[in-house]
Design a protein around this ligand. Structure first.
Ligand SMILES: Cc1ncc(COP(=O)(O)O)c(C=O)c1O
Length: 422
């Protein structure tokens, strides 16, 4: 059976148990958070996010001084998170117009935005150019056509070319992006043409290359393997080596440490890239996954061959299980750790795939209990939805025993707010 310490270790750093056994995150008791904001609620340990951002920055700069950590904000694109990252000195990766809008609202300097997308629309490119987005990552020739039409003469838009490195990472197929046949970027052969076009352009500046192997990658060497294929394409001022480092969701997950990942990646950069180039990296998941906990209320316990513990949220606030079968752990907040009878924690949605945690040993969960699911900081908020009329859940920052609401819960009228005809 898994120990309490091991389970608490999946929660944000600094999480502890109060004398009465209640989980305390960021110095705040989870029962008090639930009392104040209701459930489900996404509780984010602000110091955990900031500390991780500092570790990333210090680790990268120590190894490669002319470098920049760019937060892949798709992992958690609310303005409060984007603002915290910027306050910690990070740049922001935006995947599409919506993330440009939130980043600008968060007060991000547009020159530090890096725009991605394999299907950027003219509207998004216009938005980026008008806002002064510093870097557009060119994924295809239509991006170049659109940029040449939209960028006014006299301006120079910084661009990187996204290259498919031909690396098949050992992650879920839906997370892999660096293999031959990927929909993202250009093969090295075709990338040469895109590079040549940018070099000929009088309004697009060919700053360098970008690559990204995929997400939730547990082998540092697979991330570093993307570096060498870039070297064959020539020497450039900038190389963006993407994100992808795995996060720890459950006991069996042992992602490389940040130091090991950076050692292996930057060793590859030293071996293959020009020493005077600037290196960017774009972590998302490994920056924020462990910083948050989703808190639910148990609504139903249905005993049987499988005992189902159903909660008041599910796939509307956490799609990771349904999309890629991601494993999450769970615990009753004031009886932390395992009971002897594993149960299956399910959500309230009309899909059998709406499971939060299969075979998880809860300690005697009963209706009304609060349940905490750790490691929900990445890709949960951003993929939240209104399935079955769910109101998207609030985000609460906790730090030093204080809490503050940074995103409110949808209201019932919010669910009707886009309807324009009866
Ligand atoms: C281009 C790009 N950069 C960075 C990331 C962030 O990846 P991760 O969240 O795995 O670090 C992604 C997401 O897959 C991406 O598509």
């Amino acid at each position: 059976m898994t120990g309490v310490d091991e389970l608490v270790g999946l929660f944000p750093p600094g999480t502890r148990l109060a004398d009465d056994g209640m989980l305390v995150v960021g110095g705040c008791r989870l029962d008090e958070i639930a009392g104040e904001f209701g459930t489900p609620v996404l509780v984010v340990a602000e110091q955990a996010i900031r500390q991780r951002a500092r570790e990333y920055r210090a680790g990268l700069t120590a190894r490669w001084p002319d470098s920049q950590v760019v937060f892949a904000s798709k992992a958690f694109p609310c303005t409060a998170v984007q603002r915290a990252m910027v306050e910690e000195g990070l740049w922001i990766d935006v995947a599409g117009g919506g993330e440009i809008v939130t980043a600008l609202a968060a007060g991000v300097d547009p020159a530090t935005l890096v725009l991605h997308g394999n299907a950027k629309t003219t509207e998004e490119i216009q938005l980026a150019v008008e806002a002064g987005v510093g870097t557009v990552v060119v994924d295809n020739f239509d991006d170049i056509d659109r940029l040449e039409t939209v960028v006014p003469s006299g301006l120079e838009q910084g661009c990187l070319v996204r290259v498919i490195p031909g690396v098949q990472a050992s992650t879920h197929a839906a997370h892999a992006t660096g293999h031959e046949g990927s929909k993202f970027g250009l093969t090295p052969l075709v990338a040469r043409e895109a590079i040549a076009r940018l070099q000929r352009s009088d309004r697009l500046r060919m700053d360098g290359l970008h690559t990204h192997v995929g997400s939730q990658i547990m082998v540092a060497e697979e991330l570093a393997a993307a570096v060498e294929p870039l070297a064959a394409l020539g020497r450039f001022p900038v190389y963006d080596l993407g994100g992808g480092l795995g996060a720890r969701y459950t006991y069996a997950d042992h992602p490389p440490s940040l130091d090991r990942y950076l050692d292996v990646l930057i060793d590859a950069a030293r071996a293959h890239l020009p020493a005077d180039a600037r290196i960017l990296i774009e972590p998302g998941r490994s920056m924020v996954a462990s910083s948050a906990v989703t808190l639910y209320t148990v609504t139903t316990v249905k005993p049987g061959t499988t005992t189902f513990v159903a909660v008041d949220g599910g796939m509307a606030d956490n799609l990771e299980v349904a999309l890629v079968g991601q494993r999450f752990e769970a615990t009753v907040v004031n009886r932390v750790g395992g009971g002897s009878q594993p149960v299956t924690v399910v959500g309230r949605h009309c899909e059998s795939g709406d499971v939060l945690s299969e075979n998880v040993p809860l300690r005697d969960a009963v209706v009304g209990d609060l349940l905490a699911v750790p490691a929900t900081g990445a890709y949960c908020y951003t993929m939240s939805n209104n399935y079955n009329g769910a109101r998207r859940i609030p985000v609460v920052f906790v730090a030093d025993g204080q809490f503050r609401l940074v995103v409110r819960r949808d209201t019932w009228p919010d669910l009707l707010s886009r309807d324009v005809a009866p």
